[in-house]
Design a protein around this ligand. Structure first.
Ligand SMILES: Cc1cc2nc3c(=O)[nH]c(=O)nc-3n(C[C@H](O)[C@H](O)[C@H](O)COP(=O)(O)OP(=O)(O)OC[C@H]3O[C@@H](n4cnc5c(N)ncnc54)[C@H](O)[C@@H]3O)c2cc1C
Length: 472
């Protein structure tokens, strides 16, 4: 067995070589592409980055390992889009590309605009003060984002897993993808890492932090969808509990305790977490696995299997204990595990928790938001309090990794301390990071400068012109 592993390792080394230490090894490349901007990863950040880079004139390829756009929001069945407004739900903070997408989906009946969402009407999340959520339809998101890519001229490449890159004198010179048709090579001027895990940055040798920096990592969850929920009964139960001020009743906490005592609820979740979708199904966020390394396919495989076992248990629990769910059935489980945390780059600037707590301003803001800082620990969620209700800011420099000149990183792998990333990793800010990274990449190319030498005023002006909310 050990011998086979050594042989596999030796063959892999020959085929892929190593680019982390600057060594360049010839690959059996079966096809080569060239472009101005290569975006790796087609989740919220990657979609925003690719469309905005292309709209600003860059010849752009978006490479994704799966077969659809949306990342966790489609393949991960994560819903709804978390808050994009001020804490009172009155002002939309994440606008620009995100607002355009929501408007387009709303026009097709595939989303509810966050300013029109009725607090307390759709989901348990509401009652925790999450104003400004966006309920959306998974299929509408897939289709609309593909349309937007097509209109902007983005070349989409699905089923392409980024594996390694070449780097020379601080610049990435090529990216390699494992495909069914062999190794494909993409040569770009600028690269944008939107893999969530910082795969490109890691391969290029950019410094990063994993989890808390000392080995601890947030819990992962497998989302699933159930059909056959009687929402009238659920709403009636919800209304009665609110009237009586019965928080535990509202979230079926006593039922969970009873089921746990009966050996029918072996997970540590204390509350039910169902979110009503537009088609009457419910997205469920109740399966959870602790300590999973999202970068280790074996651990991810085990967590996916465990998540599906838990989904079956949760459905049994819902049918037996939860009024309104007596006839519910499992409709689908996510294809991708919900990994909350892996690598975050060390940026030219890394947003600190104190910055977010105190709404510190920067000379190069690219968006602002007001999302909660909540860290999912084993058995509980830790909330980090802020000192103000004002929005907090995110600077352009936090998209720029150290040590690699022609790379930007947007989405879950951008540069922010752990509690801040725990907040801005939700979907609307990820779209905003993508928009900023794509726009900056295109502007830097036009100006003939490295992304880190781009004039921040030019970027901020362009983002404002493109609808991003950046008040003085
Ligand atoms: C359990 C859980 C619950 C959540 N709940 C909510 C919620 O209710 N509301 C909300 O707004 N947000 C929620 N989030 C957060 C949100 O879903 C993600 O943080 C967000 O989608 C991150 O966006 P992203 O574009 O950075 O990464 P992702 O959405 O993860 O997209 C990354 C994309 O890159 C692709 N990719 C990865 N590696 C490679 C590679 N090597 N080569 C090619 N492609 C690659 C992936 O297939 C994927 O499509 C939740 C997240 C989790 C895990």
């Amino acid at each position: 067995m050990r011998r086979i592993s050594l042989i596999i390792a030796a063959v892999s080394a020959l085929v892929f070589g190593s680019c982390n230490n600057g060594k360049q090894v010839k690959l059996p490349v079966t096809r080569t592409f060239e472009c101005d901007v290569l975006v790796v990863g087609g989740g919220p950040a990657g979609i925003g980055a690719a469309v905005c880079a292309a709209r600003h004139g860059a010849n752009t390829i978006l490479a994704e390992r799966g077969g659809c756009l949306g990342g966790m929001a489609t393949a991960g069945l994560v819903a709804p889009f978390m808050s994009s407004t001020t804490p009172d739900g009155q002002t939309m903070l994440i606008r620009g590309f995100y607002e355009e997408l929501v408007n387009r989906m709303e026009a097709q009946g595939g989303a509810i605009h966050p300013l029109k969402a009725q607090i307390g009407s759709f989901s348990a999340y509401r009652d925790k003060g999450h104003h400004g959520l966006t309920t959306f339809d998974y299929e509408c998101l897939k289709r609309t984002t593909e349309e937007m890519c097509k209109e902007a001229g983005v070349e989409l490449l699905y089923n392409a897993l980024f594996v390694r890159c070449d780097k020379h004198r601080g610049r990435i010179t090529a990216a390699y993808f494992a495909t069914k048709a062999g190794i494909w090579k993409i040569v770009a001027n600028t690269y944008i890492d939107c893999t969530g895990d910082g795969d490109v940055a890691y391969s290029a040798g950019a410094p990063y932090v994993y989890g808390d920096g000392e080995g601890d990592i947030q819990a992962s969850s497998l989302f699933f969808v159930v059909r056959g929920v009687d929402w009238k009964a659920m709403d009636a139960h919800d209304a009665a509990c609110r009237k009586a001020g019965d928080f535990e009743g509202q979230f079926y906490m006593r039922e969970i305790l009873a089921a746990r005592e009966a050996g029918e609820f072996p997970m540590w979740r204390q509350k039910i977490a169902l979110f009503q979708n537009l088609d009457g199904t419910a997205t469920v966020n109740m399966a959870q696995s602790d300590g999973v390394d999202g970068l280790d396919p074996k651990q991810v495989s085990d967590a996916l299997t465990e998540g599906r076992e838990q989904a079956a248990i949760v459905v049994k629990f819902l049918r037996k204990y939860v009024k309104g769910c007596e006839n519910c059935e499992l409709a689908s489980t996510a294809e991708q595990l919900g990994v909350r945390e892996t690598r975050r780059i060390v940026g030219e600037y890394t947003v600190t928790t104190e910055d977010a707590k105190n709404s510190v301003r920067y000379p190069d803001p690219v968006f602002c938001c007001a999302n909660h800082m909540d860290i999912h620990r084993k058995g509980y969620v830790e909330y980090v309090a802020r000192n103000t209700n004002d929005p907090y800011w995110f600077p352009y420099r936090a998209l720029l990794p150290k040590k690699v000149d022609n790379l930007l990183c947007a989405g879950r792998c951008a540069a922010a301390e752990r509690p801040v990333m725990a907040a801005i990793r939700v979907i609307p800010p990820c779209f905003a990071m993508g928009q900023a990274a794509g726009t900056a990449a295109a502007l830097a190319l036009k100006a003939g400068v490295r992304p880190k030498d781009l004039n921040p005023t030019a970027l901020v002006t362009t983002l404002r012109e493109d609808g991003v909310y950046l008040p003085e």
